[in-house]
Design a protein around this ligand. Sequence first.
Ligand code: PEP
Length: 260
Amino acid sequence: MTKRVPLIAGNWKMFHGGRTGCDLAIDIMRGLRSADLPAGTADVVMAPPFTALAAVAATVEEARAGLKLSVEISAQNFHAKAEGAFTGEVSAPMLLDAGCKWVIIGHSERRQLFGETDAGVAEKTKAALDAGLRPIVCVGETLEEREGGKTLEVVERQVGAFAKLLLADVGVGAIAYEPVWAIGTGRVAGPEQAQEVHAAIRSQLAGISQELASGTRLLYGGSVKPDNAAGLLACEDVDGALVGGASLKAESFLGILRAL
Ligand code: PEP
């Protein structure tokens, strides 16, 4: 099986959109340097708000020398069209210009609060890959769906909407399983719950292509903290974490990396 380097991505949501974003990035880079984690321990991604993307990307670039880990910048969303009359929107070429390498697609907050659909998520996944941005595509069930025994059905439908698109460049994209009931709530899926869904996603990908299954990183997200990260990251099919609240402070984000 292909060795998958763990990916730890911090989703800053609508926080740290200015100077404090650069300060946070500096603190994370400093912490990574002093932790001196060997190459291949993890790939690190930070996803600031749009307003801080270029500044954080430049900050990371300046602080990169000598670091053994890859540290890259992600956006949290984008518009699938490259340009046009879409007031208030930001496109993939603009993100690349700002120093982004990744983009989060279909986060549950976007699905729930901004009406994003499976079809829209697929459209963005294709647009990101076509433009050369690496997608982290989010899926996950609500509490009601979990309690109704529909978790695997919902996740399979969400993954099915975009999975074949990842064949365009296997390993470039990642999938984040984020149970909606665990996001920002402090309720975390136990390692067995996370592993069950990750294994189901992996086998769904294997149904498309074995290479896709073994080459795609599956991240867990939902109240990941330094004290629960080790158990989750030890699961066979968990290849990293998408971290919200705990990515807003260098110490807790670094604590998750140290749990690897
Ligand atoms: C997220 O926003 O993707 C997330 C997982 O948030 P939190 O870690 O705060 O639950």
